[in-house]
Design a protein around this ligand. Structure first.
Ligand code: 3PG
Length: 306
């Protein structure tokens, strides 16, 4: 019998699990759960005899893949798969997939929510500012970027986007201004919302020179990955520009230094939680389950990323 493990250090909403289970029951697959695990050893033990794995930001290293002797497929229920060792998976003949777009609205809502919160001084009772009429630059116009644009336009923001993989027409058909360089995006945006993946090219790519271009007052919103920020340079520019704030759904490694020096100019959620809604868990979880069944039974590898 095909055995599937959902291994989530940060669990899905119970409603998502309740809807995932019948998909595997119908296919006659056995479902196991490993939730809120704190120790890598627990994961290594749990994967030993599974054929398929559903994960979130859980780290699937070479060691995990080696421990999962029967593993055929890993589905990252979400967008970014920088937490999976793709090379090790490929060498072991394991297919890796993601579920693009399924949790994007949740991330976009949080990005705008963080912006409102910062604009209102963390709801401190003092006069804040509004988003209406402010300029927003969307750095990478994928699924999340598109939702961010739609919501931001609802707020009356002036929205631009930069995406080297899309044509200007692709962006402008949504009523969003396409800019042709990343420098132009930052120069024209008081708010920047990051939606780039963490790759060799993008890691530490957001630093002093780009942030220095932003008009005052500037706010960097990061619901992507902490790794794309050059944290030393971020601190340096926050010292040099007292108008710059940084808000993120993942705390940077230097969060204590930021907290010590920049009171009222930062906010980080306690866990990565852009995609942490019941709806996103259901969308991404069901997509992952269906993709596993379709791959094991029919060989459909549409969302393969390795
Ligand atoms: C993603 O890449 O889909 C998001 O960062 C969500 O990650 P999560 O599943 O750990 O919340």
């Amino acid at each position: 019998m095909t055995k599937v493990l959902i291994a989530t250090e940060k669990p899905f909403a119970p409603a998502a699990i309740a809807q995932i289970k019948p998909i595997f029951d119908k296919a006659d697959f056995q479902l196991e759960l490993l939730e809120k695990y704190t120790d890598k050893e627990e994961l290594l033990k749990a994967v030993a005899d599974v054929d398929a794995l559903i994960i979130r930001s859980d780290k699937i290293t070479k060691e995990v893949i080696a421990a999962a002797k029967n593993l055929k497929i890993v589905v990252r229920a979400g967008a970014g798969y920088d937490n999976v060792d793709l090379q090790a998976a490929t060498e072991a003949g394991v297919v890796v997939m993601n579920t693009p777009g399924q949790n994007s609205n949740a991330v976009a809502e949080l990005a705008l929510g963080l912006m409102v919160m910062m604009a209102r001084g963390g709801y401190n009772g003092k006069a804040g500012t509004e988003l209406r009429g402010k300029t927003l630059g969307i750095h990478a116009y994928g699924h999340v970027g598109r939702y961010v644009a739609t919501i931001a336009k609802g707020f009356g923001m002036k929205v631009s986007a930069f995406d080297p993989f899309l044509s200007a027409e692709d962006i402008e058909k949504d009523g969003v201004k396409a800019v042709s360089t990343v420098e132009e995006l930052y120069s024209g945006s008081q708010y920047i919302s990051l939606h780039i993946p963490a790759t060799k090219k993008t890691i530490k790519s957001i630093g002093y020179s780009l942030l220095a271009k932003m008009p005052e007052p500037a706010c960097l919103v990061n619901t992507a990955r902490k790794e794309v920020i050059d944290e030393d340079e971020l601190v340096k520019i926050m010292f040099d520009r007292s108008d710059l704030s940084y808000i993120s759904d993942i705390a940077p490694d230097n969060k204590d230094e930021i907290a010590r020096n920049f009171e009222g100019r930062y906010f980080f959620t306690p866990k990565k939680m852009g995609a942490q809604t019941k709806e996103a868990n259901i969308n991404a979880g069901l997509a992952a389950a269906n993709q596993i069944v379709d791959y094991i039974i029919n060989g459909n590898s549409t969302f393969k990323v390795n």
